[in-house]
Design a protein around this ligand. Sequence first.
Ligand code: ADP
Length: 450
Amino acid sequence: MAEKFKKILIANRGEIALRIIRTAREMGIKTVAIYSTADRESLHVRFADEAVCIGPPSSTDSYLSIPKIMAAVEITNADAVHPGYGFLSENADFAEICTEYGVKFIGPKPEHIRQMGDKITAKDTMIKAGVPVVPGDGELLKSVEDGLQQAEVMGYPVIIKATAGGGGKGMRMIAAPEEFQGAWDSARAEAKAAFGNDGMYMEKYITEPRHIEIQVVGDQYGKVIHLSERDCSVQRRHQKLLEECPSPFMTDELRERMGQAAIKAGEAINYEGVGTVEFLVDSDRNFYFMEMNTRIQVEHPVTEEVLDLDLIREQIKVAYGEHLTGMNYVPKGHAIECRINAEDPWNNFRPSPGKITSFHSSKGHGVRVDTHVYAGYTISPYYDSMIAKIIVRAPTRADAITKMERALNEFIIEGVKTTVPFHQWLMKQEDFREGNFDTGWLGQQTLPKG
Ligand code: ADP
């Protein structure tokens, strides 16, 4: 039996920090929270065994500051670091520094993060492993002329994407040559602002695609299993708003093929830890590798609910060297997650930070709410606007939708605007109820006005 960690430092904040603290506590592992001065009153600070203030509100001076985090590791004597999602979770240098320092980074090896973090290298690796990828050679585009030429050969529609991209930023679909210049200028400007890198590459645009991803876990001994899929096709501007498992589009046969492809992807690099292999699936059920996320994802609870397992626990166990024992799991029942953001859905999803004056979370059978907020909590404009995740599970998809409607109606929050009304609207849409949507569906709908 591998020896478990004694103390995990959580290099994150918000609901995911709490989520990790809870599992660590159940495993008998001590936790250290880090926090910026804006998060002094946060629950993760109160629930952890120890807490260290690491700087001012700005992320660059706190949650992204490797020297400050390593100093916190040093003074608390933590033997492992959990990076959560976002922030430094996919920063290979951070993983490397942890390793050099003798603390375990709970995640894959630095070379895997590097390999998958660069979208072009990631696609090359998958092609070598025999996994189908989105057509496009991934070469950097030199100019508009170069792009126009490549698009002519590839055939429209195409999509241009930032190599450094993430969170749906820096990408534009182009249906015809006359749209090229405009899309090029705006995608590059967006990429430059968000990532400080405006390198762009081109892919074939998969029409009417569904975003279906496969959860994988690998141990330190070369074993990789898949934990079925999540459908994340309800998107606004390439950002996920709702996730579910099983995918309404899934068949046993497709799950088997996609699951095996994801395992091949993981085995090809000897992947260690939890990871997600993201695919686009067209209407003929052809699937194409898009990217691999080398961390725990926001939407992981959907998988936990249908498989009845704790993914954070699995992640921590493989990190301290336990062997994977389970086989590929099959989902039981249906789970849906709605992301509740402090944004005004009827005003272009404009951020709505501020103080929550009253709060009541949804509860009851089959309902789980992962959140770090409470009445009196102030949502800081410095960080992500996601304030809660409502997750339901029920025997069928129709039951899960009914339960989600009930849970959304019970979610009471005052003082800030949230995306609850959007999800209430979504649950009523015929196309959604019938499972009849792709990643472009939401963009084609007329949303109610506030
Ligand atoms: P990010 O890393 O920014 O999240 P992804 O590569 O994961 O970007 O893509 C995010 C979303 O963009 C996908 O879920 C899909 O909706 C859309 N997308 C990306 N590539 C393509 C493509 N080749 N064809 C069609 N849609 C795409």
